[in-house]
Design a protein around this ligand. Structure first.
Ligand code: PMP
Length: 364
């Protein structure tokens, strides 16, 4: 008997367990389960209000049966609430929990990805999953599911939450263990997938461009923790972000241990000088951004010369144009750094063109 048939047949005591095991099928169920009608059932002894629930998968009705009001309220809560993927299943957000002994919480021991969804499609899905598995390799974390399973889990979570344009946060923790750093004393790495909407920088910043300040906090030394690992420990970036916020900017520039430009707290940085697009090399203490790579390709396709090279603050001060790239930020112009106006102090033509091309890319 299939799980849905079991529910239809009245396996109420296990209702929610069964719903949870439905996992990937939930998206169909959640989209189409509707409380159809309220009926008053009169029998000899009592009057009980009951609710008819119809379950559908694709267009064929799988079952229809009555639930008590109480059950139907739970069912409605189940199907209306946001679903989070955790421990291999989609569960209502309120029930999505991990152990307080998880080293992801205790030590920031884990990795993550932030991924965009455009028009219901996961943007640069394979690249994000590849980067996740590379981060895992670098910190010797064994992800408990395969690449294809991960891709499917992300897609299922997006569908279960009816996300058309939104954002996915994919987290893999080390798992729970003893109160010590030893990874051998941990078990059950947790894969957590949250699909949500996204809040951008204020829309007017895309018109006007943003101001930047340089943070005193330098980017992690690659010999300590490579910024190419997208780890759960973002304190390095948060320290710099605090500096930006204190200075009244929404982003802050981070230099590397050599005093060269690395990246911003959550975005990669580009400049345009004499028509050439320049960005720090991936070994200069940066996260190799997926948006960065997409924009470099768009620029090459547009006939722009692209260079990955060492950049200093001086290069930014004296650039014709400057912009940032990131999954959340997309492409956004920078008009000043530390009070020095960049170029004309407005978003430049190359930036505007690349933003246009990027938006087109996300829509196709
Ligand atoms: N650098 C850092 C530190 C980031 O957190 C991000 C956001 N993930 C980026 C750069 C941009 O990378 P991506 O384009 O892959 O989002």
């Amino acid at each position: 008997m299939s799980p849905l048939q079991r529910i239809a047949a009245g396996a109420d005591s296990q209702l929610f367990e069964i719903l949870a095991t439905l996992g990937n099928q939930l998206r169909f169920a959640s989209q189409s389960w509707r409380i159809r009608q309220n009926t008053q059932t009169h029998d000899e002894e009592s009057t009980t209000q009951r609710v008819l629930v119809v379950g559908r998968i694709n267009e064929s009705i799988c079952f229809g049966r009555e639930f008590s009001i109480n059950q139907s309220i739970q069912l409605r809560a189940f199907f209306m609430s946001r679903k989070v993927y955790v421990a291999g299943k989609l569960v209502p957000a309120e029930q999505a929990t991990v152990s307080v002994f998880d080293h992801g919480l205790l030590y920031g021991d884990g990795i993550f990805e932030g991924i965009r969804v455009y028009g219901g499609r996961v943007f640069r899905h394979r690249e994000h999953i590849d980067r996740l598995y590379e981060s895992a390799l670098a910190i010797r974390l064994e992800i408990p599911i395969t690449h294809p399973e991960m891709i499917k889990a992300v897609e299922d979570t997006v569908k279960a939450n009816d996300i058309i344009d939104g954002y996915v946060r994919l987290v893999v923790t080390r798992g729970s263990g003893s109160l010590g750093l030893d990874i051998r004393r941990t078990s059950n790495p947790q894969v957590i997938i949250i699909a949500d909407t996204i809040s951008l920088y204020p829309a007017e910043l895309y018109e006007t461009g943003m101001r930047l300040v340089t943070a005193a906090t330098i980017r992690n030394h690659p010999g300590a923790l490579s910024p190419r690992v997208k780890s759960l420990n973002y304190l390095n970036n948060i320290m710099a972000k605090i500096e930006g916020t204190d200075a009244g900017t929404v982003e802050a520039l981070m230099l590397n241990h050599n005093g060269e430009v690395a990246e911003c707290t959550g975005d990669n940085i580009f400049i345009v000088k004499h028509g050439v697009l320049k960005t720090p090399q991936r070994d200069s203490g940066i996260l190799e951004g997926i948006t960065r790579n997409a924009v470099m390709k768009l620029a090459v396709d547009a006939g722009v010369i692209v260079q990955e090279c060492v950049l200093t603050r001086h290069d930014i001060f004296t650039a014709d144009e400057c912009f940032l790239t990131g999954t959340a930020a997309e492409v956004i112009a920078v008009i000043s750094l530390d009070g020095r106006m960049i170029g004309a102090g407005t978003p430049g033509p190359v930036t505007a063109d690349l933003l246009k091309r990027f938006r087109k890319l996300t829509q196709t």
